[in-house]
Design a protein around this ligand. Structure first.
Ligand code: HEC
Length: 196
């Protein structure tokens, strides 16, 4: 029995390996190891279409390889993320993501639990969900989405134990969002001030 299981595991492993070797995508859309799936249909999505730019930054490359968003807690990116969120999202989700016609994004209730991972949240923003939550890939490019995600995570006010997107060090450092914080134009960090 044990050997049978072992054989199956090996066979499965080989099958997965096989599918990695045969490229499903042309080299031009190579995306690393993370598969982005539409939140509603589960279909795999590429970053080929949508707003140009913001695809070859270190943050996007790291994200597509590991699923980690290196802009989390970076104040220069939070500054940009706030501004992008206010332009593209707050009209429906509220100024502080407290919810309006769209659901609150600052608490621990998620219609789609996959949004507790940054890959899930990225996919929802890129490809949309139901009804008024259309795809936002024409408004914001991949790098900008990572900045928005950093801001949405920063706005969180729920219990830290449910913040699945934080690693242990980030959980230790967690302070629920309080209104009134301001960011300087020259905030140090990885994100240059937005143009315009
Ligand atoms: C035109 C209004 C509108 C805009 C603009 C909008 N949303 Fe939404 N959003 C909605 C609605 C309505 C839903 C609920 C859809 C559903 O349940 O499928 C939703 C759902 C979501 C969800 C799923 C929440 C959950 O509980 O799982 C996320 C995440 C989200 N929006 C993020 C964003 C972000 C980030 C932006 C800006 C880039 C944005 N939305 C812009 C209306 C909007």
């Amino acid at each position: 029995m044990k050997t049978l299981i072992k054989t199956c595991v090996v066979a499965l492993g080989l099958a997965t390996l096989g599918s990695n070797v045969a490229p499903a995508q042309s080299p031009g859309d190579a995306q690393g190891d993370v598969v982005l799936r539409n939140t509603i249909t589960g279909e795999a999505m590429t970053l080929k279409d949508g707003k140009p730019g913001g695809r070859d930054t270190q943050a996007v490359k790291t994200f597509l390889k590991t699923g980690q968003n290196i802009y989390i807690d970076d104040r220069s990116c939070l500054r940009n993320g706030e501004s992008l969120f206010l332009t593209s999202c707050s009209g429906c989700h509220g100024h502080l993501a407290e919810g309006k016609v769209g659901p609150g994004l600052n608490d621990n209730y998620w219609t789609y639990p996959l949004n507790t991972s940054d890959v899930g949240l990225f996919s929802t923003i890129w490809g949309g969900a139901n009804g008024m939550m259309g795809p936002h890939n024409e408004d914001v490019n991949p790098d900008e989405i990572l900045q928005i995600i950093a801001w949405v995570r920063h706005l969180y006010t729920g219990p830290v134990k449910d913040a699945a997107w934080l690693n242990d060090a980030q959980k230790k450092n967690y302070h629920p969002f309080k209104e009134g914080e301001t960011f300087a134009k020259n905030e140090p960090g990885q994100c240059k001030p937005l143009e315009n």
